[in-house]
Write a protein that binds this ligand. Structure first.
Ligand code: DX5
Ligand code: ZN
Length: 220
């Protein structure tokens, strides 16, 4: 069986020691770097942008999984491709012409992801599921790390898994927000393929062990 993946979110890293934290992830059992870009408009917070992604790309040796929490993401697709993003995820709620946006992301050589907010129904993905490489289910309201996991997510994972199977799609399911050793195993059993974890990894006493344990739980 394909292994379930762990994607530490650099939002919770120590930005004063960003290279150190990137090297930690490089040497860990983590699979992807999760990179949260926030514009202060789509979400009520601003994280970091292009120059920081460029710096991350210089040191990171694993897949760069970029999560855009910005309005009108079409403006920057080419820039993110140039800066080394492997996966580019846009928000369903931020795209008027989602089908077109996904085609452009793919034409730039990246995997195309769609993120959905906690209030967005899985059924809205029915007509687009076969065009999506990855659906990111937000299990907190986007904008901040360290929030509590929204339990309704479990139901959404099962619904999405069913939709993927019904359509014979190859879409991966990624869960973002409030992931910890308390829910990792259950999320993956419900159908999640990738778990994003910010605070749980970077605020841990031993991030390397924490990643290893999370990956073990995800694949249990
Ligand atoms: C929130 C971001 C998440 C965040 C997760 O808007 O999309 O990726 O970093 O942080 P934790 O794991 O602390 O909930
Ligand atoms: Zn994220």
């Amino acid at each position: 069986m394909t292994p379930k993946l762990i994607a530490p979110s650099l939002l919770a890293a120590d930005f004063g020691n960003l290279q150190r934290d990137i090297e930690m992830v490089n040497s860990s059992e983590a699979d992807w770097f999760h990179i949260d870009i926030m514009d202060g408009v789509f979400v009520p917070n601003i994280s970091y942008g292009m120059p920081v992604l460029e710096a991350i790309n210089k040191h990171a040796k694993k897949t760069l999984d970029v999560h855009l929490m910005i309005v009108d993401p079409d403006r920057y697709i080419k820039d993110f491709a140039r800066l080394g993003a492997h996966n580019l995820t846009v928000h369903f709620e931020a795209c008027t012409h989602l089908h077109r946006t996904l085609q452009v992301i793919k034409s730039e050589g990246m995997k195309a992801g769609v993120a959905i907010n906690p209030h967005t129904n899985i059924d809205l993905l029915k007509d687009i599921i076969n065009d999506i490489d990855l659906v990111l289910i937000m299990s907190v309201n986007p904008g901040f790390g360290g929030q509590s996991f929204i339990e309704n997510t479990h139901k959404k994972i099962r619904q999405l898994k069913e939709l993927i199977i019904q359509n014979a799609a190859e879409t991966l399911i990624e869960i973002d927000g409030g992931v910890s050793d308390q829910n990792a195993a259950e999320l993956c059993k419900a159908g999640a393929d990738i778990l994003v974890a910010g605070s749980f990894v970077f605020k841990a006493e031993n991030p390397l062990d924490t990643i290893q344990n999370l990956r073990k739980l995800a694949n249990s």
